[in-house]
Design a protein around this ligand. Sequence first.
Ligand code: UDP
Length: 342
Amino acid sequence: MPPSPSPRKAVSKPRSHAKPTRRRSSDKPVSVVTGGAGFLGSHLVDLLLARGHRVTVIDNLITGSTDNIQHLAGNPDFRFIKQDVTEYLYLDGPVDFLWHFASPASPIDYLELPIQTLKVGSLGTHKALGLAMTKGARFLITSTSEVYGDPLVHPQTEAYWGNVNPVGPRGCYDESKRFAEALTMAYHREHGVDTRIVRIFNTYGPRMRVEDGRVVPAFVSQALRGKPITVFGDGTQTRSFCFASDLIEGIYRLMMCTGATASDPCNIGNPHELTMLQFAQEIIKATGSKSRIIHKPLPQDDPKQRRPDITRARKLLGWEPAIPLADGLVPTIAYFRSKITR
Ligand code: UDP
């Protein structure tokens, strides 16, 4: 079903620039997913196609891969455009939902690609919002728990403004996402674009890149190869891991929800928190590995604790994660095993 027009918040100016493209009511909803060849973007694309959307993916493949979408080749409802979303975006025809997922997201990636990271959060978000406005589409930006920086409030609620070092090594990611949120709210208030902001906490599952440097691929690949598990610092820093399908369901519900507060930021993540030392032990147990744990220096500005407060998601979306870590690790480990032994 095409989306029903959503009630809009009172905005400071009339929605003069948005010109929804006329379409037949029998048409399938049309989604555009930037970064749709990435880990999370590609899981979203699968869900959208399963729920009857026509989907266009725009991705420049700097961290995404066609491996994640190759199973969709030949699907008449799917199309892939290789393009950098920081450049002008033009698409023919109607668009109902624009999901802006494009961005490097692992600390190693954004340390290697700081300028591209800042550009996709700023220029890329600008282009994506412009396209959404032109098409009269609803727009969702994937923000991050990194907007809270090294948080002084725990667990993190959406009302917390964060503790970010703008000039540290993670600043390129944190500030690009904070800018993206600000730009999204500006388009919402100034142009009346119907927007959603999701703050994604640590997520894991199949299609993460083996070498992307994040803790899940790092620990699982080390365990499967029988190599030492590299815990950074003393391992007392915490994270809370959400399985990919849980996360994508929450994001889908956020996009589809309506109401006066729908455009406010919403945390999506799993509140089950554990230290990195505990997590290393979980991975050793789940893989049956004989790897030992070693310690390496803690990277600069590594957040000491992170856990989402998901009260808002529970109330607004009726959502909470359903998959415990032990269950989510089974397909995740199977995926890495298939990649490592290939
Ligand atoms: N980490 C670790 N060993 C690794 C990779 C990461 O101990 O080989 C730690 C890292 O210092 C951080 C946590 O695991 O405290 C999560 O790191 P990740 O890179 O997955 O993402 P972050 O949550 O920091 O964005």
